[in-house]
Design a protein around this ligand. Structure first.
Ligand code: SF4
Length: 64
């Protein structure tokens, strides 16, 4: 499982890092920063939630 963040799409809504701070942080402007690109299985639900709820479609998840 690999998380991807397209920073060019992020509009700093904050949903990802407020819901899954173990996976995402924010920079000084409120834009998301991916801190765990290879989440463990225990964080799968958090990763999928971030993908589904990012309003900009900036987060994707692939199986690798
Ligand atoms: S939810 Fe999406 S748009 Fe909002 S901070 Fe996270 S990546 Fe950026």
């Amino acid at each position: 499982m690999r998380l991807h963040l397209d920073s060019s799409k992020c509009e700093a809504h904050g949903l990802c890092y407020s819901r899954a701070p173990q996976l995402f942080d924010s920079d000084d402007d409120g834009n998301a920063v991916l801190i765990d690109a290879e989440p463990s299985e225990k964080d799968r639900n958090f990763a999928e939630l971030c993908v589904q709820t990012c309003p900009e479609g900036a987060i994707t998840l692939t199986e690798e």
